[in-house]
Design a protein around this ligand. Structure first.
Ligand code: HEC
Ligand code: HEC
Length: 374
């Protein structure tokens, strides 16, 4: 009886581990550990401080921050949907015109180097200030936002607790501080560990038996991802992004023109008083990130480049790409399999080529991508 139970279980599980080469193992291990330990971003002096996180959380759900009184950050960055909205492109309301871009998840956003699909901002707090003022998002003015805090006893107390002093007289300073509290809250949004992480850790410590319980299809897909698919060249590291920008041949036509992507984002970044070179940056001017911002150069190749997205919690963040043009993970795999090289810039071309995956290989790659979600 016992023997039968034992052997039935073994037959069912049939754990199996591919013979990953040392190079493959090194690449796989480089996608962890998760969660990573990142030092707080010096650009925001209240990051990591509980009172600021608490106020930021309240602001995130507060519809009074929008001109219409109907929208909060959470209307588009819905907590139950991995902090995005599931729409092709964002909308300010049910009847409203669709916007230009897909709403990104805010999970793990504190790890980004540049913010937005086009990198128009270089800190999480500046990327949180922009939607407050943007006409196609919350559409509020700085004086109206400041008045909303000044006129509310509770908000005044929350501000004081978060920043340790009375409200600043300057409206712009106050609104920047609201954005810093919002950023402090968002910096706490880390995605959970996934089946991939369990596998990666087992491989890293040489526990091959534990590693073998990772589904074999996902293992085969992972081999494509770090191997001839060359996915991990751009989708690198624990958050599956190198933090930079690329053109992978997603069409960037929008109604009435084109979306310039990184090219337009860099112009906005350089013109913004809210970048790391401005007076509101809390880090020193020697901060390496401020130095990078000082030295960015706008080149023609940036046209139509978008930020390499992280791939965690992918099963909760459809549709995909900067314009939400691909509905499913299978569609994304098909995009890379049948890549249109005519659409690629020189840079993308050097790395990407059509993979022409057989149906089983496409399924394996999709199985791997699914294993990056919990
Ligand atoms: C109408 C929908 C909508 C609302 C409301 C909204 N967002 Fe967004 N959010 C977006 C879209 C769309 C983008 C991508 C913008 C781009 O790339 O141009 C975005 C991008 C971001 C980013 C950059 C994320 C990344 O991965 O780079 C942050 C941070 C952010 N929003 C925070 C907020 C905060 C904080 C609020 C409230 C103050 C807010 N958003 C309100 C739709 C919205
Ligand atoms: C040259 C760099 C590069 C390579 C190589 C690359 N990607 Fe991407 N990936 C990107 C960029 C950039 C985007 C966003 C493009 C856009 O929105 O226009 C993206 C988007 C995605 C998305 C959609 C994510 C989302 O949240 O919208 C998935 C999934 C993905 N890639 C998987 C892969 C896989 C699988 C491979 C290998 C077959 C791969 N990528 C190879 C740069 C790259």
């Amino acid at each position: 009886m016992l023997a039968a139970v034992c052997c039935a279980a073994v037959a069912q599980a049939a754990p199996e581990l591919l013979d990953f080469s040392p190079e493959e193992r090194a690449r796989i291990v480089s996608h962890g550990p998760w969660p990573p330990v990142a030092p707080p971003d010096g650009a925001n002096r209240v990051e990591g401080q509980p009172a600021a996180v608490a106020w930021g959380r309240e602001l995130f759900f507060d519809t009074r921050l929008s001109a219409s009184g109907q929208l909060s950050c959470a209307s588009c960055h819905v907590p139950a949907r991995a902090f995005q909205d599931g729409l092709t492109t964002a909308r300010v309301g049910p009847g409203a015109e669709p916007g230009r871009r897909n709403t990104p998840s805010l999970l793990d956003s504190a790890q980004h180097r540049w913010f937005g699909w086009d990198g128009a901002n270089d800190s999480l707090w500046a990327a949180s200030l922009a939607p407050l003022l943007a006409r196609d998002e919350m559409g509020q003015s700085a004086p109206a936002l400041a008045a909303r805090v000044r006129g509310d006893v509770q908000s005044v107390a929350r501000y004081r607790r978060a920043f340790g002093h009375l409200l600043p007289a300057d409206d712009e300073q106050l609104v920047v501080d609201m954005a810093k509290a919002l950023a402090a809250f968002q910096a706490t949004l880390t995605s959970p560990r996934t089946p991939f992480d369990t596998f990666r850790d087992a491989l890293a410590r040489g526990d091959l038996r534990a590693a073998a319980s990772y589904p074999i299809a996902a293992q085969r897909g992972l081999r494509i991802f770090v191997g001839h698919g060359r996915c991990s060249v751009c989708h690198a590291g624990p958050n599956f992004t190198n933090g930079e920008f690329a053109d992978i041949g997603v069409p960037f036509f929008v109604r009435g023109g084109v979306d310039p992507g990184r090219h337009g984002g860099l112009q906005q970044l350089q013109a913004s008083r809210m970048n790391r070179l401005g007076a509101h940056n809390d880090a020193s001017p020697q901060d390496p990130r401020a130095v990078t911002t000082r030295h960015v150069i706008i080149e023609p190749r940036h046209f139509g480049e978008f930020r390499v997205p992280g791939l965690r919690q992918l099963t909760h963040t459809a549709p995909y790409m900067h314009n939400g043009s691909l509905a499913t993970i299978e569609d994304v795999v098909q995009h890379y399999s049948a890549l249109n090289e005519e659409r690629l810039h020189a840079d993308g071309e050097r790395i990407l080529r059509p993979l022409n995956l057989a149906p089983e290989q496409a399924n394996d790659l999709a199985a791997f991508l699914r294993s990056l979600s919990q």
